[in-house]
Design a protein around this ligand. Sequence first.
Ligand code: UD1
Length: 341
Amino acid sequence: MKQTVLVSGGAGYIGSHTAVELIGAGYDVVIVDNLSNSDMSGVEGVEKITGKHVTFVEADCCDKEAFRRVFEQYEFDSVIHFAASKAVGESVAEPLKYYRNNLTSFVNVVELMHEFGRRNIVFSSSATVYGEADSLPVTEQSPRKPATSPYGNTKQICEDILRDSVAAYGSLRGIALRYFNPIGAHPSALIGELPRGVPNNLVPFITQTAAGVRECLSIFGDDYPTADGSCIRDYIDIVDLARAHVAAIDRMVKGQSKQPYEIFNIGTGRGVSVFELVTTFERVNGLKLNYKVAPRRAGDVVAIWADTTLANRELGWHAERSVEDTLRAAWAWEKHVRGIE
Ligand code: UD1
């Protein structure tokens, strides 16, 4: 029988790409989203790409009664919980919004899974939990560092909620995926990242600058202790990242988990500097980007990239796309959004 996966936040950037890969792997999906930071174009894109109707419920995971109705109405054994607020700066300005949204929705989903006897959950965690790491690359055993933002703190707290709930409730299994820096878009250019307002993240700022929506990209700092002075991150293609979720769900559905609660780094294993990313974007897309060096951004870590040995071995998952392909896809998506030929 076909398995169904509940995808909370499935209209958003990572959720919509994951829905496509789940459907491609033979799962049915039910998307629950309150559209607070997304719109129906994400769901429509999933339908266009897959040629399948997608069940969509507009509901807020913080609204427990509305969320309960989803559990009552649909049969599913697995959940991928994306629904969360994710802007670091905003979380510093409005911490309570982040604690309410991110923690309430997660407690609700785990409680409802326990109540309804649903078994498998994947949680969207982040490399932010490692902070400024003592040694690189980071493994899942690298220590978590005190969070530098309420957003980062919610990721750590939710990991702990999952660990403790899985330990207490025998029927529950969980996997936390620690994402490095997700970038790019589906190769069809039918779904991608749609930031509202001024983008906080690097790649949407690059593509919007190339499209003429932003005048100039600021590179935050060229005096870091790295080869070219800019920060280093592990940029993971969004489709590769989406496939990691399918691998995590497969693992739990097939009963292959080695522990009831597991953590995996999801990155490429390669660090790329901001300057390298910008020049690669220019090269593969044949354009020049207007950029300038600006002061460091508060809270940025100097460098981080993943050791992905565990995910490669246990999930049988590897990042496959090159950063060149990913940056081509990111630009194709921006052109699609802006109607640029
Ligand atoms: C940030 C968050 C991380 C979160 C992720 C969500 C911090 C410290 N980390 O990651 O917790 O999970 O977003 O996507 O905020 N940059 C520029 N110019 C720009 C934008 C960014 O030079 O206009 C640089 C940054 O200084 C950084 C790199 O690009 O070195 C990547 O930045 P960004 O895309 O915001 O991701 P992170 O900060 O790594």
